[in-house]
Design a protein around this ligand. Structure first.
Ligand code: IMP
Length: 445
């Protein structure tokens, strides 16, 4: 029977989704992206090969899997050309099995300039994502087409002039200094378009036809639920829809093929960029990217930091010990306790059927030498009341309320701890990770 499943992240991104996709991909024919663009950074390690993926679906490591990039994504032609070249130089074919919706639009150079100019407040990845999605909705600005679709660009060379015109138009308004050589950038876009020509599907029901022919699909969410443009911690979110149900809009398939929703979370929570993080440890929320760069932290005494009563030092120790740095950007991530109400909220909103929980082996770091791990089970409100319901309208919340759950002597004996988390979140934890390798995922009966 044909069906599709959707996999999303339940927290603030970087939960290890690509690793789980890599683990599950074997059971599907097509791995498809439905949202986001080169702002994603997915690390996959497969049969000894490590790849950082940004736009290409994580099933790429399996030679027999088809890959699809849906119309809900943002296509950066210049970046994807580099990414494909990098993957193909590792001996993995991409273009022979990649399909890209002709309805996807392209990132234009002014999107990147505007993001560099205005993205700091949100702490964006500077990939032009916000201006891209804004431009799609704007449609036309002063008679200038803002939404340049791939399928059309392929057929109308004059749209490259529209892209150049958009650049000059925005430059005049915002006065940005050119970070790119426009002609050179357009030449790279043209070359990439030509290179991708065979992958662009003008048949809009491409995926549906594949599914009707008996294929199964795994939709791979980029970013994560709390970064959804509407349901997340607005305005500190990305600009696409990260919700599971959006897979059927941005992924170009009727929802009737949906079978189940898979949620991925990690026991050691982190967030990159600005925005509320209720269970954050320390107040280092605006991280100094130089001081906290991976290489500058490497020499520190992590064991000692993990026992520190200074919360910023402790958070720094946690970051180093759990290697929490952006895979594409290298940005240091903010660290926090496992937030149970937040997880329950994500599960509820997305109708998650089963959870994969990464980084259980590192969960013990929160015990600070003791035998209990504090997790956040509720929030204290300003008036002295307490709630165990997460809300993206977080202003009223004063501080988190902690609950201790048992630690473990050895990651292989962490089943009891996982069971406690499962009881708290009220949803099946299908498997948990006790190390980075795919063999270190423990499936539960
Ligand atoms: P943008 O998606 O580049 O516009 O960035 C908006 C927010 O989403 C920023 O806080 C980013 O750090 C965050 N973000 C975007 N992509 C990712 C990701 O793949 N992992 C984690 N955070 C992300």
């Amino acid at each position: 029977m044909s069906y599709s499943d959707v996999l999303i992240g339940l927290q603030f991104g970087d939960e290890g989704k690509a690793k789980i996709i890599d683990l599950l991909a074997e059971d599907y024919d097509i791995i498809a992206r439905f949202n986001g663009g080169s702002n994603a950074g997915h690390t996959v390690v497969h049969e000894g090969k490590k790849l950082i993926l940004r736009q290409i679906p994580s099933g790429v490591m399996y030679a027999d899997k088809q890959l699809y990039i849906g119309s809900g994504c943002a296509l950066n032609l210049v970046q994807i050309a580099d990414e494909i070249a990098r993957i193909e130089s590792a001996g993995i074919d991409v273009k022979g099995r990649l399909a890209i919706s002709g309805l996807i639009s392209v990132i234009q150079p002014h999107h990147i300039e505007l993001d560099c100019l205005f993205g700091k407040y949100v702490g964006t990845t500077k990939n032009g994502i916000g201006p891209y999605y804004a431009g799609r909705c704007t449609r036309v600005l002063d008679q200038r087409l803002q939404n340049i679709r791939l399928g059309e660009l392929l057929m109308k060379e004059e749209l490259f002039e529209a892209i150049a015109d958009n650049y000059r138009f925005h430059q005049e308004i915002y006065g940005f200094e050119s970070e790119v050589d426009l002609e050179d950038y357009l030449a790279k876009m043209r070359a990439s378009l030509k290179n991708l020509e065979q992958c662009i599907v003008q048949e809009q029901n491409y995926l549906l036809q594949e599914v009707k022919a008996g294929k199964t699909v795994l939709f791979e969410g980029a970013q994560s639920f709390l970064l959804d443009v509407i349901k997340g911690t607005v305005p500190f979110v990305t600009s696409s829809h990260t919700m599971a149900s959006y897979a059927y809009v941005g992924g170009d398939l009727p929802a009737k093929y949906h079978r189940k929703t898979i949620g991925v979370a990690k026991a050691v929570m982190s967030r990159v960029g600005e925005g509320p993080f209720l269970t954050e440890i320390g107040d280092d929320s605006i991280l100094d990217p130089v001081k906290n760069a991976k290489q500058n932290e490497a020499h520190l005494d992590v064991e000692k930091m993990l026992l520190s009563s200074d919360t910023n030092t402790y958070a720094q120790g946690l970051r180093i010990a759990s290697n929490e740095y952006g895979s594409a950007t290298g940005r240091p991530r903010r660290m926090g306790h496992l937030d149970i109400p937040l997880m329950k909220w994500s599960i509820e909103c997305n109708g998650v059927d089963e959870v994969y929980l990464n980084k259980i082996d590192l969960f013990n770091l929160f015990a600070q030498g003791g035998d209990k791990i504090p997790v956040v089970s509720a929030y204290q409100l300003a008036e002295g009341a307490k709630t165990d319901r997460f809300s993206p309208l977080v202003d009223k919340i004063e501080r988190p309320d902690y609950l201790d759950i048992p630690s473990f002597s050895d990651p292989k004996k962490s089943e009891g701890t996982v069971l406690e988390i499962e009881k708290l979140v009220g949803t099946k934890i299908k498997a948990y990770g006790i190390g980075p390798a795919r063999e270190e995922m423990i499936f539960r009966s």
